[in-house]
Design a protein around this ligand. Structure first.
Ligand code: CP
Length: 317
């Protein structure tokens, strides 16, 4: 069986993404009814490696693996040899002798690629500088629940259009057949290679991609409005730069005035943690259109489904 990984959102074809989301919905309805990691002779383990802080990804994977009958091993990379010379490829080869799958949250996508190249078990991206595909599975499950489906729905992502969430919305959104609008100021363009790839996928799914400057144009009629922190992990602590980013991005704040342009039943997404009063207001985050806490909840069934699918024959090409 070929080992499959989820390193970026376009590692899943449209049919595969739909299959994972269908399984996630099933697992959400029957939370404790699926135990593929229990195994006939004992639990299978999953390594959860973190180079960066996490609440949702760490806890949802840890709880999810346990609910699937497995044993989660949370490993802070600082407590391993990663930082003192052992290559990621060697570490992945060793881990593959112990565990059924590996999750890695790290900085550059090259680090994740090195782990995947060395691993002989599935590797899942728990967030890199480039992509956050596990988050997008939860987001799309939430869109299904709030909007009745994903195909032909319009999603507007506002704010820092250079970050991993922008890239993942572009790729995963069009894979799900959505019309994806990405709006940010001058100097905040997403990776052109990702935009091109999203356009290629959209041509086969009926989705579409638009890059916009005007936040009102982006939000007008949108079924889903999404945003993320203006300063991503690894960019904090640069006080002057954070102030400049805030000034450049202030017009893209998701607030009630902007949301009034969206579809009447719009669902608002934010992957959290939120900086209330910056990229999103309290009124929107706590208001009737906020799907944000359903979205956070959906990390659990989405990742349980992904892990189950990757480990099953259905995950083999
Ligand atoms: N959304 C998300 O990935 O949250 P954490 O950083 O808390 O894992």
């Amino acid at each position: 069986m070929t080992v499959r990984h989820l390193l970026r959102d376009d590692d899943l074809s449209p049919a595969e993404q739909a299959a994972v989301l269908d399984l996630a919905a099933t697992m959400k309805r029957d939370r404790f009814g699926h135990r593929p990691l229990a195994g006939p002779s004992g639990p299978r383990s999953v390594a959860l490696l973190f180079d960066k802080p996490s609440l949702r990804t760490r806890v949802s994977f840890e709880v999810g693996v346990a609910e699937l009958g497995g044993h989660p091993l949370v490993i802070d990379s600082r407590s391993t040899h990663f930082g003192r010379g052992e290559t990621l490829g060697d570490a992945a080869r060793v881990l593959s002798r112990y565990v059924a799958a590996i999750v890695l949250r790290t900085f550059g996508d090259d680090r994740l690629a090195e782990v995947a190249a060395g691993a002989t078990v599935p590797v899942m991206n728990g967030l890199t500088d480039g992509f956050h595909p596990c988050q997008l599975l939860a987001d799309l499950l939430t869109v299904r629940e709030w909007c009745g489906g994903t195909a032909s729905r319009t999603l507007a992502y506002l704010g820092d259009t250079t970050n991993n969430m922008a890239h993942s919305y572009l790729l995963a959104g069009v894979t799900a057949g959505m019309a994806v609008r990405v709006a940010g100021p001058d100097g905040f363009a997403p990776d052109p290679a990702v935009v091109t790839r999203a356009g290629e996928i959209a041509a086969g799914t009926g989705g579409s991609v638009r890059l916009l400057r005007d936040p009102v144009e982006a939000v007008t009629g949108a079924d889903v409005v999404a945003t993320d922190a203006w300063t991503s992990m690894g960019q904090e602590g640069q006080e002057g730069q954070e102030r400049d980013r805030g000034a450049a991005l202030s017009a893209y704040q998701v607030n009630e005035k902007l949301l009034a342009y969206a579809a009447p039943q719009v669902a608002v997404l934010h992957c959290l943690p939120a900086h209330r009063g910056e990229e999103i207001t309290d009124q929107v985050l706590d208001g009737p259109h906020s799907a944000v806490f359903d979205q956070a909840e959906n990390r659990l069934p989405a990742q349980k489904a992904l892990l189950t699918w990757l480990l099953s024959t259905g995950g083999a090409r």
